[in-house]
Design a protein around this ligand. Structure first.
Ligand code: ADP
Ligand code: ASP
Ligand code: MG
Length: 490
């Protein structure tokens, strides 16, 4: 019996086409051959763009736009059936795979019809929407398992939901077509994961599991929220006591900045859990912000790597430490700064608990807490939550408090362990923005870095200049004094 498992998670772009799915199958085969000490358990996302499409279908169903959602369903069906023809080589295997996909798409159509009915009756659509959204992953597992079998590797899709979750809370600000994330229940998930996955592992069959989705104890389909399949991989990994989780994506690993925004961003070979957690909290999409929660306290490493270039070692996120200075810069957009001011010059500290409890009641954790003094407290929240927080604060805090809000902001986070032990780092960050004439609205710092709040329109420029001045400095120009210039001219 194989006792050690390692989780391989493939994101949407990694399974975005037939050619990429075949590449994934090759990585699974290679892993099986190269790492005999652990057995792979695979977690996959929906093909890129498919969850967005399913959510469009859900919105059309909620607005009773049958023609539109039927059209989208036809496109979705076509995409998967065509992909099937290219991921398996044998005629019979292809027919069998297409049949499985057709059956799945029929079941999806039933879920869409049920959603439409629920919306028509004016009932809460959150759970019905989640059921529709989960189909992208359910279709993917069929394709990836078939492609893996095609390489002669025994693999089986797991059709049941592995992760057992809480009942999701509805987001009242966004009634239709929004996936509301539910939270995994550890003990229930552990029992379920072991029952569904380990029998396959014991028989030497590679389990291919759907990321993103789960179900409640009572059997309602749920999801872990948008981009949640990284999180599902570590939840499943922890439930199986895995030795490592590999997150395969479309970049070489975690880089010093988003390579789509900073051309000379470089690969970070290792990161501590704390650094990676902060990076994802402040907007680095490469890891879902909750990814490390199930595994960091158990020191299970996460390796982020490129499914297009699997020979590159990628980034190992683990309990490493000891680096100093800024290592990565990231931005989190669309924020609002809320300032609560008391007429009582010394009232703020005692009331901080009440302020944050109210923010929590609006389901909006502060993104960053920026400043406080005797009579004021300011913190940054997601712009979309600002109105509900302000309404609660105004209702609950009484007339002695004034609440102000500034919208259209972004947080630029410079991240690195021991950031402040290098005394010039914070100053270099603020000076970099000053040189670019980017006003810093407020800021906060800790030993893990500095967070500078700027206008959202300045965010990309701020990211680039911080990266240039703190991480990848440009070769300094040799400045000539006037005298030297004159000499050269002569
Ligand atoms: P997947 O579909 O595999 O889950 P995502 O699109 O969710 O992939 O995440 C990968 C993307 O994250 C990259 O294409 C990159 O643009 C973005 N990204 C943002 N910040 C970083 C960073 N610091 N390092 C690497 N990638 C980053
Ligand atoms: N397919 C889901 C989404 O697009 C989950 C994921 O890919 O991480 O949100
Ligand atoms: Mg992702």
């Amino acid at each position: 019996m194989q006792s050690n498992v390692s989780v391989l998670k493939f994101g949407g772009t990694s399974v975005g086409s037939s050619e990429r799915i075949r590449r994934v199958a090759t990585i699974i085969k290679q892993t099986l051959q190269d790492t005999p000490a652990s057995f792979p358990v695979v977690v996959v996302s929906a093909m890129s763009g498919v969850t967005d499409q399913l959510l469009r279908i859900a919105r059309y169903a909620c607005s009773q736009s049958e023609d539109e959602y039927t059209r989208e369903l036809v496109v979705l069906r076509q995409k998967h059936l065509e992909t099937a023809t290219e991921v398996v080589s044998g005629e019979a295997e292809c027919v069998a795979l297409q049949h499985r996909l057709e059956t799945a798409i029929e079941a999806l159509s039933l879920d869409v019809a049920a959603l439409r009915e629920t919306a028509a009756q004016g009932h809460d659509v959150a759970l019905r929407t989640a059921a529709v959204a989960s189909w992208g992953e359910r279709l993917s597992v069929l394709l990836v398992a078939a492609a893996t079998n095609d390489l002669g590797i025994p693999a089986e899709p797991i059709r049941q939901e592995i992760i057992i979750t809480t009942h999701p809370k509805t987001d009242p600000s966004q009634p239709f077509g929004v996936v509301v994330g539910a939270e995994p229940l550890n003990d229930e998930t552990r029992a379920n994961a072991q029952a569904l996955v380990l029998p396959l592992v014991e028989r030497g069959i590679v389990p291919i599991a759907a990321g993103f989705m789960g179900r409640t104890v009572t059997g309602f389909v749920t999801t872990l929220g948008r981009n949640g399949s990284d999180y599902s991989a570590t939840v499943i990994g922890a439930a199986l006591d895995c030795v490592e989780v590999s997150i395969y994506t479309d970049v070489d690993g975690v880089l010093s900045a988003d390579p789509r925004q900073v051309a000379n961003a470089h690969l970070l070979g290792s990161l501590s859990y704390a650094e990676a957690a902060r990076l994802s909290w402040f907007g680095a999409k490469v890891l879902h912000p909750r990814t490390l929660i199930p595994i960091a306290h158990r020191n299970i490493p996460v390796r982020v790597r490129n499914s297009f270039r699997p020979h590159i070692r990628g980034t190992v996120v683990g309990p490493v430490d000891g680096q100093s200075g800024a290592r990565a810069i990231t931005t989190r957009r669309n924020l609002a700064l809320i300032t609560v001011e008391s007429t009582d010059l010394f009232g703020a500290p005692e009331n901080a608990g009440q302020v944050f409890a109210l923010a929590a009641r609006a389901d909006a954790a502060p993104v960053a807490i920026c400043s406080s003094s005797g009579h004021h407290l300011s913190f940054v929240v997601e712009e979309k939550s600002a109105d509900s927080i302000i309404a609660l604060l105004q209702l609950d805090m009484g007339d002695d408090w004034m609440v102000r809000c500034r919208r259209g902001l972004a947080a630029c986070a410079c991240i690195g362990s021991g950031f402040t032990s290098e005394p010039t780092s914070p100053a270099r960050a603020t000076t970099a923005l000053a040189h670019e004439h980017i006003p810093v609205i407020t800021q906060g710092s800790s030993e893990l870095g500095i967070t500078l709040i700027v206008a959202d329109r300045d965010a990309e420029r701020a990211l680039r200049c911080l990266h240039r001045d703190l991480i990848a400095p440009v070769i300094p120009l040799v400045r000539h004094s006037h005298k030297e210039k004159a000499k050269v001219a002569r």
